[in-house]
Design a protein around this ligand. Structure first.
Ligand code: NAP
Length: 510
């Protein structure tokens, strides 16, 4: 592992200053690597993961207790992320290139207000593109040992942007993380990349905080708890030079069901939701945690089916003892709130670190009165809220904080009559879903996996899809530079064939 330093607790001295100095040195070379070469690196990592897939899945399954089938799918998704972000990297649209050249004012603007002034004032050749921020610290997530961890989305985006990565491994799957780091090392070596373009650091809170505080760190990627994400965000803002922290944290992913849709198929809908709530022991950031509907016979039928199905889901060991403890504590606290009752849960005894699939119920009024119920219970738990009417449903929506997703199950005609509910939810979510469950995040350019705080610390960016590359880059404008001195991305001849905006028009020509 010539190009990657694997630091361990067995090695008592973790020299964070040395790690970040090396990352900064790597940045000076890596930022100049062509888009094509960066893309090749990401593809080589995907191929290395493929070669090691059996060992990776076995190790991750042992460490996280997740099903091998689920882990195989997650590994394939991780490879797709690397491949597709690499492809986007070399296509270059993410660079957001804008060129304004005084010689090329468009005819169709002639005669419009202010155009004469603008033509008179225009004397500079201005060319803008995104450039890499610098070394990025990524915190691996506990619940996605591949897709959001060592070679996961944040790492792939930062490497595509031209930033070296220092990965703080999640202690819940350390061996998996080390195997993935070795795959990245072999890919880096085969691509002849600068040493220390990727470094793997083990440690706890102290090491994580030191990485965030180091002056060479230019950005942070994080997936985990609201407490952890917020603490690291606050730390980063207190630095002499503050840096962005892209933290994806808690979300309750509310699901609103309108009456006509519910009456049409209460059984089918209940079965769909129970799978989404309890899959992988509910340890997904997009797990639906709140289900909101209006009281009546259809709702009672739906609730009975939902409750029966939940009570038949077997318990499984959760990701790590800390998550199990947190789940059991938050579930118990929610169930103690006045007006909350269990509708369906397990009747058998469970192991110490096991999940307890649960459906609880509460009235709209009690939900509105108790902010504790608005918080995420990370695990196989959902709260069914019975509202008296659509006005109370809208009031419940108003109480919600920022979310990764919001879902509406409704017939087209009944939703057409609810612009207020639609508008309240739109304000609060990053992905707005019709008649489908929020779990299952597609990795494509149009995906947005983010949302208003506290779902994330910056609702303008996504953690999934190639647009996530932009998190780790910043715009710079070149003014009046000779063509030959400009980076190829901005040269007149457009040698890389990148789609660019030239004087307000999309162009892949010069
Ligand atoms: P976590 O406790 O936030 O930890 C995630 C990573 O951040 C770990 O590497 C942890 O280091 C580090 N970290 C946390 N707080 C820190 C601080 N103050 N300073 C420096 N480093 C810090 O998340 P977790 O272990 O994955 O799960 C705990 C809870 O997070 C869950 O019960 C759940 O509620 C929530 N969670 C939510 C999502 C989601 O997507 N919504 C995903 C996963 C977890 P150490 O572990 O070394 O201490």
């Amino acid at each position: 592992l010539q190009q990657i330093r694997c630091m361990s607790k067995a090695n008592p001295v973790i020299d964070i200053d040395q790690v970040m100095t090396q990352a900064q040195e790597a940045f000076l070379q890596y930022r100049s690597l062509s888009l094509q070469a960066r893309s090749g690196f990401l593809e080589a990592i995907a191929a290395a993961l493929d070669r090691e897939s059996s060992a990776l899945i076995d190790t991750a399954s042992r460490e996280t207790h997740l099903e091998p089938g689920r882990l195989r799918t997650e590994l394939q998704r991780t490879q797709w992320q690397l491949y597709s972000y690499g492809k986007a990297c070399k296509e270059g649209a993410w660079l957001d290139i804008r060129i304004n050249s005084p010689a090329l004012v468009t005819q169709e603007d002639q005669g419009q207000p202010g155009v004469a002034w603008q033509q008179h004032k225009r004397e500079h050749d201005l060319r803008k593109m995104l450039i890499p921020l610098g070394p990025v610290v990524v915190f691996g997530a506990s619940n996605f040992p591949f897709a959001y961890s060592t070679a996961g989305g944040d790492t792939a985006c930062a490497l595509a942007a031209g930033c070296p990565v220092v990965l703080k491994a999640h202690p819940a799957h350390l061996e998996t993380s080390k195997l993935v780091a070795a795959c990245i090392a072999s890919a880096a070596e085969s691509c002849g990349l600068p040493a220390f373009v990727f470094q793997h650091v083990e440690g706890g809170l102290e090491e994580g905080q030191a990485l965030v505080l180091h002056p060479a760190t230019r950005a942070v990627g994080f997936t985990g708890s609201l407490e952890g994400g917020r603490a690291l965000f606050d730390l980063a803002q207190k630095r002499p030079v503050p840096i962005p922290v892209f933290a994806e944290m808690g979300s309750v992913n509310p699901v609103f069901i309108l009456p006509c849709y519910l009456a049409d198929d209460p059984v089918g809908l209940a079965n769909k939701l129970v799978t989404s709530v309890t899959g992988s022991a509910g340890q997904f950031c997009t797990k639906p945690g709140l289900v909101i509907a209006i009281g009546g016979d259809a709702l009672e039928h739906f609730a009975d089916v939902f409750a029966d199905a939940v009570s038949m889901v077997p318990p499984v060991e959760m990701l790590h003892p800390g998550i199990a403890k947190s789940f059991q504590h938050k579930r118990a606290a929610a169930l103690e709130v006045e007006g909350v009752a269990i509708a369906g849960t397990l009747s058998c005894p469970v192991g110490r670190n096991d999940s307890i699939p649960t459906l609880a119920r509460v009235s709209g009024a009690d939900f509105i009165a108790n902010p504790l119920l608005h918080q995420e219970v990370f695990g196989p738990y959902a709260l069914l809220i019975t509202c008296t009417d659509i006005a109370e449903m809208a009031q419940v929506a108003t109480m919600l904080e920022g979310q990764l997703t919001a879902t509406v199950f409704a017939l087209t005609e009944e939703l057409r009559d609810q612009p207020k509910l639609v508008s309240i939810l739109l304000e609060r979510c990053g992905r707005f879903i019709r008649n489908g469950v929020p779990t299952g995040v597609e990795v494509v350019a149009a995906m947005h996996h983010g949302g208003p705080y506290p779902a994330t610390t910056d609702s303008r960016f996504t953690a999934v899809g190639a647009d996530g590359i932009r998190r780790f880059a910043r715009p710079v404008c070149y003014q009046n530079w000779e063509d030959e001195l400009l980076p190829p991305e901005l040269q007149d001849a457009n040698p890389l064939g990148i789609s660019r905006m030239i004087n307000g028009r999309v162009s892949i020509q010069n």
